[in-house]
Design a protein around this ligand. Structure first.
Ligand SMILES: Nc1ncnc2c1ncn2[C@@H]1O[C@H](COP(=O)(O)OP(=O)(O)O)[C@@H](O)[C@H]1O
Ligand SMILES: [Mg+2]
Length: 204
């Protein structure tokens, strides 16, 4: 089993949205996926509970962060991939959680505030010495998006496809779907491309 941790200390950067959509895309690609919600706000679980399909899977209860390693150990016989959502903060357990990941994904909104805030997340992944990549999220079609990609590229890999600002991402928060299960073909295509990139990183 491989483990992806979605992390960014900034609220609203798109963590939960990325976990939802990547987990649906990976499921659609034949992976047996477990989602874990380590954010006490429970936004990932709220989405999952309004979902019709029972894949990707969630546990009856999410582990306390201190039990993450044991939970992953127990899940590895049943799942190919675990995708973990985290709170917008730097709790004491963060470095341990980062260190159990095969890959950390960091969604970043292309705004000056978000770029300023990403330094703390970069410091945490560097300290944990774990492979990571940025994904630009909620991107407008504007020069600021390209500028943000350029800034982030100085610190690490940036997914070659942006997750654009689209109503489908917000709406599917209520319906329990992934955008690939809606009629928004552009959203579906970009998530497929992000998953394809992530898959390459996991294999590489
Ligand atoms: N690509 C997107 N397009 C439109 N709305 C988005 C997009 N990504 C996230 N959102 C919305 O922005 C808000 C914050 O996103 P969320 O994924 O919850 O961030 P985080 O988990 O990092 O706090 C949510 O209301 C979500 O529906
Ligand atoms: Mg969240």
């Amino acid at each position: 089993m491989q483990t992806i941790l979605v992390s960014s200390q900034k609220g609203g950067s798109g963590k939960t949205t990325l976990v939802r959509n990547l987990s649906v895309a990976a499921t659609g690609d034949g992976r047996s996926v477990l989602c874990l919600d380590l954010d006490p706000q429970g936004s990932l679980r709220g989405w999952w509970e309004s979902r019709d399909a029972d894949t990707p899977a969630m546990l009856d209860r999410d582990p306390v962060p201190e039990a993450l390693r044991a939970t992953l150990e127990a899940a590895k016989a049943q799942f190919d991939l675990c995708i973990i959502d985290t709170p917008p903060a730097a709790p004491g357990w963060l470095s341990e959680a980062l260190s159990v990941a095969d890959l950390v994904l960091i969604p970043v909104k292309p705004s000056p505030d978000d770029l300023r805030a990403v330094g703390a997340t970069i410091a945490a992944v560097d300290a944990a010495n774990v492979p990571f990549a940025f994904a630009l999220s909620q991107t407008p079609r504007a020069r600021i998006t390209e500028e943000a990609a350029r800034v982030l590229a100085q610190h690490g890999r940036v997914a070659p496809v942006n997750i654009a600002q689209r109503v489908a991402y917000a709406e599917t928060g209520a319906t329990g779907q992934g955008v690939s299960e809606t009629t928004d073909d552009k959203a579906a295509a970009e998530i497929a491309a992000v998953w394809s990139y992530v898959k390459g990183l996991l294999n590489g």
